[in-house]
Write a protein that binds this ligand. Structure first.
Ligand code: NAD
Ligand code: LMR
Length: 325
């Protein structure tokens, strides 16, 4: 039997976690031969909800679940972890934008960045989902002085999957027929879901759907899908968010393969003219756990303007939390 892999999940009593934990324990991330220890972090006030979650996990009798640790101490939660899902943060309500959460959530990521730096393995992969995800990831990374940018990403995989799902529906094909989808920028209504390089069964997506549908339907639908789910459900997305977190982490650990790329928010080093030092979603390939931004894609004027909008928003968010960086 392999030694168990330690996985931290913050916000463990929350709704995304309620979907994610069971899939982690089932082997959906690391495979059916890899035992896991789930290290659950909650606030002191919500810690009392975790025994119920643990009971349900144990009642599934997952063969791969070695142990469950429940704590309100981030240093204990992150002790020697290989993988961390940072879900724990306030979610927005109707009428709010994700960046409205920055003031309430930012401190969480400063503290957790410090704790990860001290307690986690230096190879840890930290996926930030709590909103506003890009800037929270920047805060965590800036406070994790013993770790590097390669340890951190923010989640734009849900946007990527939404874009693939919408295009598949429009083209009446399977999501597996679609390659080279791209989400650029911030996980916000200013993200740029881009079809310029996407293909559907080898045919350019724009030839299949036309520019009018791309601009008038596709872009705003993907950009505003989080709000649409929130108003339809009365709560923000949860199962699809957990699924996206798993997919992003799985690609990070096991690679993307040669023939396709995925979207992931990583620290910008000036790629595509984006200001260095913000967490920006790019098309990336991953090999041997190393993330590479896809280079040399041509961007037309429309795309450049869209990227600039996201960049400005991320720079403004960064200014708002300058004291924590
Ligand atoms: P939720 O309110 O159901 O759960 C959040 C949990 O986090 C709560 O149990 C809360 O007690 C806990 N928490 C708060 N502060 C914490 C801290 N310091 N340490 C540990 N736990 C803490 O929310 P949810 O629906 O699970 O969503 C979680 C976050 O993910 C929200 O910020 C939401 O906006 C965001 N989200 C992001 C995406 C994305 O695509 N990036 C998608 C969906 C949701
Ligand atoms: C989403 O995209 O579903 C999440 O970021 C939750 C939200 O507030 O929209």
């Amino acid at each position: 039997m392999k030694a168990p892999v330690h996985i931290a999940v913050t916000g463990a009593a929350g709704q995304i976690s309620y979907s994610l934990l069971f899939r982690l324990a089932n082997g959906d991330l690391l495979g059916r031969d890899q035992p896991v220890v789930l290290r659950l972090l909650e606030t002191p006030e919500s810690l009392s909800s975790l025994p119920g979650v643990e009971m349900e996990l144990r009642d599934c009798a997952f063969p791969l679940l070695s142990d469950v640790v429940k704590t309100a101490d981030p240093y204990l939660a992150f002790h020697e972890v290989d993988i961390a899902f940072l879900l724990g943060a306030k979610a927005r309500g109707q009428g709010q934008e994700r960046k409205d959460l920055l003031q309430v959530n930012a401190e969480i990521f400063a503290l957790q960045g410090r704790a990860l730096s001290r307690a986690a393995k230096h190879t840890v992969k930290v996926l930030v989902t709590g909103n506003p995800a890009n800037t929270n990831a920047l805060i965590a990374l800036s406070n994790a002085t013993e770790l590097t940018a390669a340890n951190f990403s923010a989640m734009t995989r849900l946007d990527h999957n939404r874009a693939v799902g919408l295009l598949a529906e429009r083209c009446m094909c399977s999501s597996a027929d679609i390659v080279r989808m791209t989400i650029w920028g911030n996980h916000s209504a200013n993200q740029y879901p881009d079809l310029a390089y996407a293909e559907v069964r080898g045919v350019p997506a724009l030839d299949r759907v036309g520019r009018a549908w791309f601009q008038e339907v596709f872009i705003p639908t993907v950009q505003n899908r989080g709000s649409a789910v929130l108003s339809a459900r009365g709560r923000s997305s949860a199962a699809s968010a957990a699924n996206a977190a798993l997919a992003q982490m799985r690609n990070w650990l096991f690679g993307t393969g040669e023939s396709d790329w995925v979207s992931m928010a990583v620290l910008s080093h000036g790629e595509y003219g984006v200001a260095p030092g913000v967490m920006f979603s790019f098309p990336v390939t991953i090999d041997d756990r190393r993330v590479k931004v896809v280079q040399s894609l041509e961007l037309d004027q429309h795309a450049r303007e869209r990227l600039a909008l996201s960049e400005r928003e991320l720079l403004a968010e960064r200014d708002m939390v300058a004291h924590l960086l």
